[in-house]
Each structure stands twice: as structure tokens, then as C-alpha cells.
Ligand binder design. Structure first.
Ligand SMILES: Cc1ncc(COP(=O)(O)O)c(C=O)c1O
Length: 389
């Protein structure tokens, strides 16, 4: 079966569902057993069985099965947020005394967790240049266990050469985890490119409607045991309502992603023609430095990209953003609606500098008509023009 067919059909065959197309929302904490023996059997298979609500329900399991199929992995672990997926993976695969390499363009809270918790627990965290490719080899130590990638970085949109990084990591006996939220399972096939653990902030495109927090960790069966047992120890638990929303979102992910891509490219190409814009940060544009890697490894681009304005004063940028009618100000992305954010303050670097003379912004282009979005931005740019730079 091809991927879109798998996304439509996987996770629907449980006998619990009585033939309904969508799973019921199992509101379960306690699960009861008819006999002591049945209880012991379930507990013996404690990473897979429906035996206590915190570990999983038929609804969360249906969601996991469908995400694993969409990502092209063997097993999936649903967790309460994208950050929980990152934390659950890092803490399962890096132990005190280990060395971990993390992309310098990584999502802010991933960096914060690495610094405030992981490093303090005795794991050495080192940041690598997002464009390192196979030159990352020089950073490996005998105790390097994990490389954590995010491609492209969700603020600066630098592309990482995952196949090259994975080849080096595997040659050194290390694993590769990647935050695959930007591309979603639709536009990047992590396991075909050398990734061992693929992370989704399902809150974004998988849920797709800005109404639930959810994360997923997808991997092979062996890593599943290791990571799921770790996640269980942390007490992470996913509500069935959230898993239901994730599964419902996943069913329409392929069509939504195609539209996000088309709309975002229309807006990005228009921005490239505008004198107010110094640079558009979108790896699917042929003049973007990440384009060769994007074209080789990705099947498409999502609706999230960045831009650097000319060196306008901050008050001009603020007035422009405040004037927009269709782009709302909001953290997160991946829903059907368009969003804008001023990202300069969030761009934190350790090994590389981020040079931009003007403010850096991030757009999430939603499912509105791109002509209306362009008109909204054009009206906002008139305010910039009035200020000048
Ligand atoms: C790239 C990326 N990864 C992970 C996360 C975390 O997801 P959540 O907010 O569901 O914890 C985000 C959220 O903004 C993100 O942008």
C-alpha cells in the first residue's frame, strides 16, 4: 500500500471498535479483569496491553499504529506534547557520562531542556553547526551516543544533511533522532534517510486544527521497548480525546500538507519580489542555500518559513504586525490558520552566529486563499514604507 492509503486505513481494525470508522474515545483510568490470570497476562505485556489508562487505551493505540504507518516506522509512542516526545527520547537514549550532539538551530525548549536538565544530569551536550554534514565526524567522542537533528530548524530554516550525519553517527555506534515536525510524515521519510527515532510535535500538522497538545516518538521495535519503558517511568499519559483528535487530523494530513505547501510557496515567492524584504528563508526556493538538500531528501515543504525584513526600526515592524487582519500572533503552528511571529529574540546560538540586519519573522501560511494573505501583508508593508529604513 502507498502511504496515503496506509494513512487512511491503519489503526481501524481493532475488534473493540465494532466496525465504526473512527475509534471510540476510551475514557479509562481503571481497566478491570475477569480473573487474576488475565490481570497478570496484561501486566506481563505492560508496554503493549490495555491494562491501565496511563499506559495507553485502544484510542491511543489506534493513533500510534496510524502514526507509525505514516512515518514508515515499526512502532510509535504517543506522549502528551511535542516537547514530551523530545524529552522522552533524550532521557531514554542518553545517560550520565554520555555525549550528545544537538543541532545549533534546534527548537528553543529542546535547548533549554538540554541545558537545564540533561547537562545537569551528567550528559555532555555539544551543539553542532546545522550545515555540518559529514564534517560532524570531528565532533564524535568514544562516548557519543546520540545526534539530535531538526531539519529545517523552525526559526532559521537551515537544512541538515541527515543521510550524511546518519552515516557518520552509525559508523560511530551512535543513534540519530530527528524532530520531523516541519515536514510532517508527508514530506520527509525519516527512516529511509537514516533516522532512528522520528519525533513529531503532533500538536502542529497532525492534529492540524490548533485544538490539542500531542507528541509522537516513532522508531523500530527494539527502541520502542527502551523508549516506552522510559516514558512510562516519567508518568507521561495521553488522554484519549487528544489521541482521537490526532487520529482524525492524521486522516486528512496528506491533502492539507499539499495545500499548505502551495499557499506558502505563493506567499514566499511574492515576498521575494518585495523591496521591504531582505531575505526569504524557505528551503524549497531554488536560491535558498538549503535547496540542494531539500530537493534531494524531501518530498515537499510545509507552510512554515521565515523572512528577514530590511533594517526597519522595531516600532515599524511592531506596527506592521499589529495591523495584519489574517495573520494572527500566536505561538505554535500547523493549524489551518495563518500565523506570524517576531523570532529574532528566540534565535539562540552556541557554535554559530545568526547574522541579520533586520528583524527576522516567521510565517505559518494556513489554508486561506493566498491572494488574501498576500493582500494582508501588502497592506502591512505600506506601514513599513511609511517608516522607511
Ligand atoms: C519544531 C518544534 N518541535 C517541538 C515543538 C514542541 O511541541 P509542543 O508544543 O507540542 O510541546 C514545537 C512547538 O512549537 C516545535 O516548533
Amino acid at each position: 500500500m502507498k502511504r496515503d492509503t496506509r494513512i487512511t486505513h491503519t489503526g481501524r481494525s481493532s475488534p473493540y471498535f465494532s466496525g465504526s470508522v473512527n475509534p471510540p474515545v476510551y475514557r479509562a483510568s481503571t481497566v478491570t479483569f475477569p480473573t487474576m490470570a488475565a490481570m497478570a497476562d496484561a501486566q506481563g505485556d505492560y508496554l503493549n496491553a490495555f491494562y491501565y489508562g496511563r499506559i495507553g487505551t485502544p484510542t491511543t493505540m489506534a493513533f500510534e499504529e496510524a502514526v507509525a504507518a505514516a512515518e514508515g516506522g515499526e512502532r510509535c509512542i504517543a506522549v502528551p506534547s511535542g516537547l514530551a516526545a523530545i524529552v522522552g527520547t533524550l532521557t531514554a537514549l542518553a545517560k550520565p557520562g554520555d555525549h550528545v550532539l544537538v543541532s545549533d538551530s534546534v527548537y528553543g525548549p529542546t535547548r533549554t531542556f538540554c541545558q537545564d536538565i540533561l547537562a545537569k544530569s551528567g550528559v555532555t551536550v555539544e551543539y553542532f553547526h546545522p550545515l555540518a554534514g559529514d564534517t560532524i565526524a570531528s565532533l564524535f567522542k568514544p562516548n557519543t551516543r546520540l545526534v539530535f537533528c531538526e531539519t529545517p530548524g523552525s526559526l532559521t530554516f537551515e537544512m541538515q544533511d541527515i543521510p550524511a550525519i546518519a552515516e557518520v553517527a552509525h559508523a560511530h555506534g551512535a543513534l540519530v533522532a530527528a524532530d520531523n515536525t516541519w515536514a510532517s510524515p508527508i514530506f520527509f521519510r525519516p527512516f529511509e534517510k537514516g533516522v532512528d527515532v522520528s519525533i513529531q510535535a503532533a500538536t502542529k500538522y497532525i492534529v492540524g486544527h490548533s485544538d490539542a497538545m500531542l507528541g509522537t516518538i516513532t522508531c523500530n521495535a527494539e527502541l520502542y521497548e527502551k523508549i516506552k519503558s522510559n516514558v512510562v517511568k516519567y508518568g507521561y499519559s495521553v488522554g484519549s480525546e487528544e489521541a482521537y483528535l490526532g487520529l482524525r487530523g492524521l486522516r486528512t494530513l496528506p491533502v492539507r500538507m499539499k495545500q499548505h505547501q502551495e499557499n506558502a510557496l505563493a506567499v514566499a515567492r511574492w515576498l521575494q519580489t518585495r523591496p521591504e524584504v531582505a531575505k526569504v528563508l524557505h528551503p524549497a526556493l531554488p536560491d535558498d542555500p538549503g535547496y540542494p538538500v531539500f530537493e534531494r531528501d524531501f518530498l515537499g515543504a510545509s507552510g512554515l518559513f521565515g523572512l528577514i525584513l530590511q533594517a526597519y526600526p522595531e516600532e515599524a515592524m511592531v506596527a506592521m504586525i499589529d495591523s495584519l487582519k489574517l495573520f494572527s500572533l500566536g505561538f505554535s503552528w500547523g493549524g489551518f490558520e495563518s500565523l506570524i511571529m517576531y523570532t529574532t529574540p528566540g534565535i539562540v546560538r552556541t557554535t554559530t552566529l545568526w547574522n541579520a540586519d533586520g528583524p527576522t519573522l516567521r510565517l505559518h501560511v494556513g489554508l486561506e486563499d493566498p491572494d488574501d494573505l498576500i493582500a494582508d501583508l501588502a497592506a502591512g508593508f505600506e506601514i513599513l514604507d511609511a517608516f522607511g529604513y
